[in-house]
Write a protein of this length. Sequence first.
Length: 278
Amino acid sequence: MPNEESWSVISVPTSNSLILGVDFPAAGRREAGFADLAAQMGSAWSGHGFMQTTLPSVRVTERPAGDFYTEHWMRGVDWDKYEVVAVLGYCLGGVYAAEIAERVAQRQGTEPQIVLFDGQVTDIQLLAAEINKMVALAGPVFSDEEAEQARKRAAEIVGTPSISLVDAAIEVVELYRETASTAFRRIGLSDSRRDEVVQLFETYMSWLSAAVDIDPSQTWKRSLALTSTDYATLEENGAATAVNATKMLGRRISLDTSHADLLRDDSTVRTLLDHAEF
């Protein structure tokens, strides 16, 4: 079995066949994850083991490169025991899925199928979007003025001329720490709980910023890409995370479901049954 620091097991292999999922799972998130997808696929995937990436905790100030994560995951499994038939990537996880698929193909001599679910690439504007999401989730904990100040400061950080994505991420993490401290103090939560939440956010920011080092374009051209209505809206609005990704996608199938429900929707199951090749 894999190293649990690198992979979590969604379903135990009954043979040597494996499906790998690349995502940023976090407790309490509203988006469906690969465990939901596995449950929906049921017996159709029962012949495969299913594993999902586990993220190492790393400070954004350590400036991890993209291959830091790939190496972490590749060291976590005795690959000679398995055949990887598919690598799935959700959202930004699709960038890392491409790199993992390439490494696996070099080891086993055959390329696993790449399946992207709202495959997106990293972009500096994502940093501000995450702060905005956090402020929105906190709701009445912040005054209107405090919420606006946080959003304004995030926009100023990502709008700094010539700032690198990593440098912007470092500043956004500090902004998040300050803002979360105010919110947690106001609702009576402990500093230790605040630190846990900030650490999770920083782990995400490190993962997001390191993805800029990876070019998934060649692998993505051979992918099956399933996209949601939210993804279509991002494209229409000119969001770089989707617009730039769309140029690289392989066979694309648009589904009438939200980004949050993409990994649990019946239309996703039907599409995979009809078009996945594993």
